[in-house]
Structure formats: structure tokens, C-alpha cells
Ligand binder design. Structure first.
Ligand code: MBD
Ligand code: FE
Length: 265
């Protein structure tokens, strides 16, 4: 299947079978989300469960975690955000890689795309120093693909880790990411399409901050006014992770500040 042949909006004129699948699966999802909230399931427990469930299937190893991310990771983040101080978290998704190049002001990019700058400041609840924190940034290329998952597209593009100093400030250039589809041939998309749902995510940037004194922090930024913010197939868009892009001589600017939650405070 080609991307151009996929739905670009959830169906409003579903067949009876699609409508039935949508209502039953949506209710199952809501019921399981209720358990995640009631039991305050942590991200660590959630990831273990995804890996465990993968053992029941003969599908490629990423399909069960992907389906879980589509339906449940947003809820796990909402629970996590209530339980911690500092900025709210959001969905990590399947494409984080820890072993990536150190960068300072430029992510390695390919030859096309809209010039783009990501900047902001990382601080901590209580005002402690964030010096030495590792800020990971990763996002898709201008066509909606992630590096590091096939031999043609090595992992050091559109990714990097920045070591923050005491100021917590960062500013790094790249090119604007694009809307993304989950793998079209897999069983997760089969389920979405059986429900009359499309496979698209809005363009977004991923961030993760690691520092031994603070709770691991993971989030995403989406762009106001971009396609699929209202019907993200992963349902990860919230008011707190939707940002206005600004114009500048260096290109579009995304300014995002994050506040870390001290451990043992
Ligand atoms: C992604 O790029 C993503 O961010 C999520 C949450 C799920 C699938 C693909
Ligand atoms: Fe993503």
C-alpha cells in the first residue's frame, strides 16, 4: 500500500462492520485505560507489559508495542504527569535511540527540507542545577521517515544528544519534520483500518532528558495548525504539547522549555 492511497481522515461513512469494530474496540480501549488510571500503571510497567505481550505473537516484534502505544501510552503519560512535579510528559513512541552523536548546534540533515530551529531551556523544580543533563532530540525527515531503521538511512540523521550546562539552554538547527504514518502493512494498521481510522500522526519532535538527580523526562512537541493534530492515530496531542511555530531569519522556530522533577526531594 502506498501512503497516498491511505485514508487521510477517519471515516465518517463507515460500513456497518467498521462501525461495529470502532464501537467495540473504542470501548475496550476505554475500559483498559480505566485500569491504567485506577492502578496508576507506570511507564516502566507499561513497557514490560508490551514486551511480555509480544511473546504471544508471531508478528514482527514492534507491532504489539506499536498497538499499545496507539491506544495506551497517552494514558500512561497522563497518569505519570499527575504523579510527578515539573512538566507534563508525553508519548515516547518506538524510535528513541540512545547511542547517537553528541551535537551542539546542528542535527545532521539530508539535502532538502524547511530550515528549522529548536530552542529553549531546561530547568528544575526547586531551582537545582541541570548541568550535565543529556537532552535527546529526534524527529522524522521532511518526508515523515525516521533514521536508524534501515541500512539506507543511518541512525545519525535527524537525531542527537546535547549536554546541557548550568544555564539549561539549548538551540539546535535541523529541518522541519513531516506527518508520519505507522507501518502500513502491519497488523496495527489493519486494526485501525478495520475501525475506519487512518494511520497518520501529525508532524512532531521527540525529546528525552536524562540526569541522575531528576526523573527521566520524555515528551513530544506538535505544531499548532498542522494536519492531524485533531485526529492523531496515537492520540498523543494535548494542550501542553502543542506549540506555535515562529518565523525567524534562520527558519521556523520551535521554543520549548521543560521543568524536571527532582528525585529524593
Ligand atoms: C511515532 O513516530 C510516534 O511518535 C509514536 C508515538 C508512535 C508511532 C510512531
Ligand atoms: Fe515519532
Amino acid at each position: 500500500m502506498k501512503r497516498e492511497e491511505t485514508l487521510k481522515a477517519n471515516k465518517t461513512n463507515r460500513t456497518a462492520q467498521e462501525a461495529r469494530a470502532e464501537e467495540v474496540v473504542a470501548d475496550l480501549v476505554e475500559a483498559i485505560r480505566g485500569v491504567l488510571v485506577k492502578r496508576k500503571v507506570t511507564f516502566e510497567e507499561y513497557r514490560k507489559a508490551c514486551t511480555f505481550l509480544t511473546g504471544f505473537t508471531s508478528e514482527p516484534a514492534y507491532e504489539v508495542p506499536l498497538m499499545c502505544d496507539i491506544f495506551f501510552n497517552g494514558t500512561v503519560c497522563d497518569v505519570e504527569s499527575k504523579e510527578r512535579d515539573g512538566s507534563a510528559t508525553s508519548v515516547e513512541g518506538p524510535y528513541f535511540l540512545e547511542d547517537v552523536p553528541e551535537v551542539t548546534e546542528q542535527l545532521p540533515v539530508r539535502d532538502h527540507g524547511v530550515p528549522f530551529v529548536m530552542k529553549g531551556k531546561v530547568s528544575a523544580v526547586g531551582g537545582g542545577s541541570v548541568a550535565g543533563a543529556k537532552l535527546y532530540i529526534w524527529h522524522s525527515d521532511p518526508d515523515g521517515y525516521y533514521s536508524g531503521y534501515d541500512s539506507e538511512f543511518p541512525k545519525d540523521y535527524y537525531r542527537g544528544v546535547i549536554t546541557l550546562d548550568d544555564s539549561g539552554e539549548y538551540s539546535v538547527k535541523s529541518t522541519l519534520p513531516a506527518a508520519y504514518t505507522i507501518p502500513l502493512e502491519g497488523i496495527s494498521n489493519k486494526l485501525l483500518s478495520a475501525m475506519g481510522r487512518h494511520p497518520w500522526r501529525p508532524a512532531h519532535i521527540h525529546y528525552k532528558v536524562l540526569h541522575p538527580d531528576y526523573a527521566e523526562y520524555t515528551t513530544q512537541a506538535h505544531f499548532e495548525g498542522f494536519e492531524f493534530n485533531d485526529n492523531d492515530c496515537v492520540e498523543a496531542v494535548r494542550a501542553h504539547n502543542l506549540y506555535a511555530l515562529k518565523d525567524s531569519p534562520d527558519g521556523k522556530i520551535l521554543e520549548a522549555d521543560f521543568v524536571l522533577d527532582p528525585l529524593n526531594a
